[in-house]
Design a protein around this ligand. Sequence first.
Ligand code: ZN
Length: 441
Amino acid sequence: MASILPNKAASALLSASLPVAAASPPLTLPASATHGALTFELLARCSTTRARASLLTLPHGPVQLPVFMPVATQASLKGLTPAQLADTSCRLCLNNTYHLGLKPGQAVLDAVGGAHAFQGWHHNLLTDSGGFQMVSLLHLATITEEGVRFLSPHDGQPMLLTPEHSISLQNSIGSDIAMQLDDVLVTTSPDAARMKEAMERSVRWLDRCLAAHAIPERQNLFCIIQGGLNVDMRRTCTREMLARDTPGIAIGGLSGGEAKADFCRVVATVTELLPPLKPRYVMGIGYPEDLVVSVALGADMFDCVWPTRTARFGNAITRHGMLNLKQQRYATDFGPIEDGCGCECCRPSADNPDPDSSRPAITRAFVHHNVSKETVSAHLLTMHNVWYQLDLMRSLRNAIIEDRFPERVRTFFADLYPAGPAAYPDWAVDALAGVGLHLRE
Ligand SMILES: [Zn+2]
């Protein structure tokens, strides 16, 4: 096989034995490793599946894994103040490099001292590379070996995002985790040659990102494994990326309309090859079922705009599925958005002078009354949905630590599908069976 690597030194590194989980001696837990600007402590592993509970310490504090990361595209989570976001227990959220690079722009970010200071967020930030936004938002983006060419949405001028420019922007943003620029294709692309080119180019671009990275002692650069739905290509890419020894590892290009069974096969193939003491991030994942199954397959970190976007359409995520609060039947429903939820909306208000009142701070009827009219309903549902996602991950984490993760997964599916196991989606049942958890037995 021709090497993807640009030079002989890197090829020599690749031919050396790679850090593959299967080849490692058994770990005594807890076990930890410090790499770049992070410390990863593996606390517990599920005795049935590949699920893991760990503690990731980043420059702006500790983050409990597995974790869901809300997406604050324009350096703000739509509808929440930084204090409200922190109140949901969020300690790591996303910003988009593409948006911040355009506005406020690199000069403003440099002047204020980075995105944490700019948005008043004192916890951790992860930034994407900007490439995905360009390719998905701009019809005229073209990819060459040099980088991503596009026309500025502001003035139509031709622009070029290179791996070096993406890293320079992320250095100015000062995110705790920066992502490499990668060549992303939708996984369902039928063009195998182009898929291989994109995978190999992503490896070459990682080398350019690593060379350009100015602050590795306070910002962690993660690689992104590509290769579409082809598991051999994913394996090759994983080995190449592991040879570069980044502090954390992402699996990219998924959540692009592929069948869920294909998604699970790719995640399971890659996690099997990863070393135990590094965080594993599956990009673009946010549906509760996808999170639960991906955790079982051994992944630690996830992000998605869906929970906050769907809140703005009047939808609440609950353990029994989605509720659309626009529906007339909620007009006289004085219960909480979700029974038993601990979010600021659903728990009883601390200001209620009646100590015996069990009425929630916010009722479904109130959300219904304002939905589509006032932004307050979008804010309240955003708060609830972010809480739901973080609380789901917290409950999975606690279950892993207490070694009752399979039981927690069973409860999750039983709550979501009251009709019973026959109604569970086959892809989830099959993926979980692949890691020893048999939901229909
Ligand atoms: Zn709630």
